[in-house]
Design a protein around this ligand. Structure first.
Ligand code: GLC
Length: 559
């Protein structure tokens, strides 16, 4: 698969990539927030987990109004995370142990603390300083009505009005996210130049790739026109659509004036030339929610980006039909542009996997099973820190919350902090080895059993902890990287597929134990791994396989 000039696949095409949210990973200086030296200290853990690369969410200078996605200097390190020498050491140390490093780039907006925005505030309407953002006069006699009616994806209006030096209300600027994240104007050549400089800056430091934040957002159309249903559109974009008729949702998402405009591809064609001018297979992955999903393939045409997150599994149900359709659709779509697929079960913007699967013991069972299914699919897989520990969303009090989504929706949407709680490394009370200080978000007391230390101790062959399950499947998947994918069964309860001629994978999404017949060539087989504790683990069987309720099993053909 994805053979390039007859060579084996490139490192990222079948890679398992671990997302680090630096603020919540490991704190070494005792201030209660994770840092880059903390990441360095845990590289051996990541190596042992079996991932091929790490992706670091932003660690750049930032007032941290949106977890660092409000960047005020993309070419420096925020003191809360360390300094530039720590970033360079991290890249070097990761490379030494054979881990690649992907960093975030946030091209849709700058923090309002960025020097460009400050200069824009100090300059006149119509100035070149303001032209780097979307500044417009308001409507109405005194300009008090925003230039259009777009809503921020985080809630509230997408425009804020500035105050001029004489204390009078002035122009408005666009922010699709928080009011501290001013959208950049990508029709401005300076913006292109500046981002190209940032890409080169980090490529020169040795990073292996970039995760491109809101990659579909840079180009805006019809910026001075009202949208017919701005609130509906925002709800649809935030997947808050349980009571929205499907047709309405489809129609809203299929034409968003600020997302997935055709002009965005020119930018990535230029970026691709930069990536290709560096030695060593540098890569890029787009965060781009597009509709219909087939448009995702446009971002990974051969002269554009390398990967795009496939978010089908981020919202997937534990349902054989749903999963089989999602897999089939994805494989067909990417085949058309010969890009490898990607799979994502969770990230820092979504509920944690166990919670999304319903929580509790059953949620854990389903989460283990869907993870094992995902790890067996062709292409790249992304693992969000803590997913490998089976962490649920942490319950938080409103006083603890920091996500701008919580504030901008006036608490209606609790936001994403529950998935961003620091990792429990060991059983030390209150701080769980994450910090010697006070964690920036409280770690639930009952996470002691879920700590890395606790899960490493639970190491019986038949009862794999979450961590052991992930370690094992991330190692075993390498056996069939690059092997063909073929369906074996797609029923209402069971999905089965083979990888190459030696491996078969089955998921049972029902609550009953089921039996499947294996293909003839698998007359004699061995169970390699199963998400449910099961007796035949590691034993061989003949012709048929028992599938425990809510489980995934991998088998290997013997002879
Ligand atoms: C992306 C990030 C998210 C952030 C938003 C605005 O979706 O993943 O965390 O809030 O962009 O930058």
């Amino acid at each position: 698969m994805y053979l390039k000039n007859g060579q084996a696949s490139l490192w990222w095409q079948e890679a398992a990539i671990y997302q680090i949210y630096p603020r919540s990973f490991q704190d070494l200086n005792g201030d209660g927030e994770g840092d880059l030296p903390g990441v360095i200290s845990r590289l051996s853990y990541l190596k042992e987990l079996g991932v091929d690369a790490i992706w670091l969410s932003p660690f750049y200078t930032s007032p941290n109004k949106d977890g660092g996605y409000d960047v005020s200097n993309p070419r420096d390190v925020d003191p809360r995370f360390g300094d530039m020498s720590d970033a360079v050491s991290l890249i070097e140390e990761a490379h030494k142990v054979g881990l690649r490093v992907i960093v975030d780039i946030v091209p849709n907006h700058f923090s309002t603390e960025h020097i460009w925005f400050k200069a824009a505030l100090d300059s006149e309407p119509g100035s070149k300083e303001r032209a780097r953002f979307h500044f417009f006069d308001g409507r109405g006699e005194d300009g008090a009505i925003p230039p259009n009616n777009w809503c921020s994806i985080f809630g509230g209006p997408a425009w804020s009005r500035v105050t001029d030096s004489d204390g009078q209300p002035g122009q408005w600027y666009l922010h699709l996210f928080d009011s501290t994240q001013a959208d950049l104007n990508w029709t401005n050549e300076e913006v292109h130049k500046d981002f190209e400089e940032t890409l080169r800056f980090w490529l020169d430091k040795g990073v292996d790739g970039f995760r491109i934040d809101v990659a579909h957002g840079l180009v805006k159309d019809e910026i001075l026109q009202d949208h017919r249903d701005p609130e509906g559109l925002t709800r649809a974009l935030r997947l808050d659509v349980s009571d929205m008729p499907r047709e309405q949702r489809e129609s809203l998402l299929s034409d968003v004036p600020f997302f997935d405009r055709d002009g965005v591809h020119e930018i990535y064609r230029n970026w691709r030339k930069i990536f290709d001018s560096y030695p060593g297979d540098r890569m890029s992955v787009a965060e781009a929610w597009v509709h219909p999903s087939s448009r995702a393939t446009l971002y990974v045409r051969p002269d554009e980006l390398h990967q795009i997150f496939n978010f089908d599994f981020l919202i997937a149900e534990w349902d054989a039909k749903f999963l089989a359709n999602a897999v089939e659709k994805t494989l067909q779509e990417v085949a058309a542009v010969s890009a490898p697929p990607t799979w994502v079960l969770s990230n820092h913007d979504s509920p944690r996997l166990v919670s999304r699967m319903g929580g509790g013991e059953l949620g854990e069972k389903k989460a283990r099973a869907i993870a094992l299914l995902t790890h067996a699919l062709p292409g790249g897989v992304y693992v969000f820190q803590g997913e490998e520990l089976g962490l649920p969303d942490a319950p938080l009090s409103d006083a603890d919350r920091q996500d701008p989504v919580f504030f901008r929706t006036k608490g209606v949407d609790k936001g994403r902090d529950g998935a961003r709680v620091p990792l429990p490394w060991n059983s030390e009370q209150n701080n769980f080895g994450f910090t010697s200080g006070k964690p920036w978000l409280p770690i639930p007391a009952n996470w002691i059993d879920k700590s890395v230390e606790a899960q490493k101790m639970l190491n019986e062959e038949n009862r794999l902890s979450f961590l052991r399950l992930y370690q094992k499947s991330l190692q075993l998947r390498k056996l069939f990287a690059d092997s063909n994918f073929n369906w074996l069964i797609r029923s209402n309860e069971v999905i089965g597929f083979s990888r190459g001629s030696e491996y078969a994978i089955y998921s049972n999404t029902s609550g009953e134990e089921l039996q499947v017949s294996l293909p003839e060539t698998f007359d004699s087989f061995e169970v390699m791994i199963c998400s449910a504790p099961q007796e035949q683990l590691g034993r061989s069987g003949e012709g048929t396989l028992q599938l425990p309720p809510h489980s995934t099993t991998w088998v290997k053909r013997l002879k």
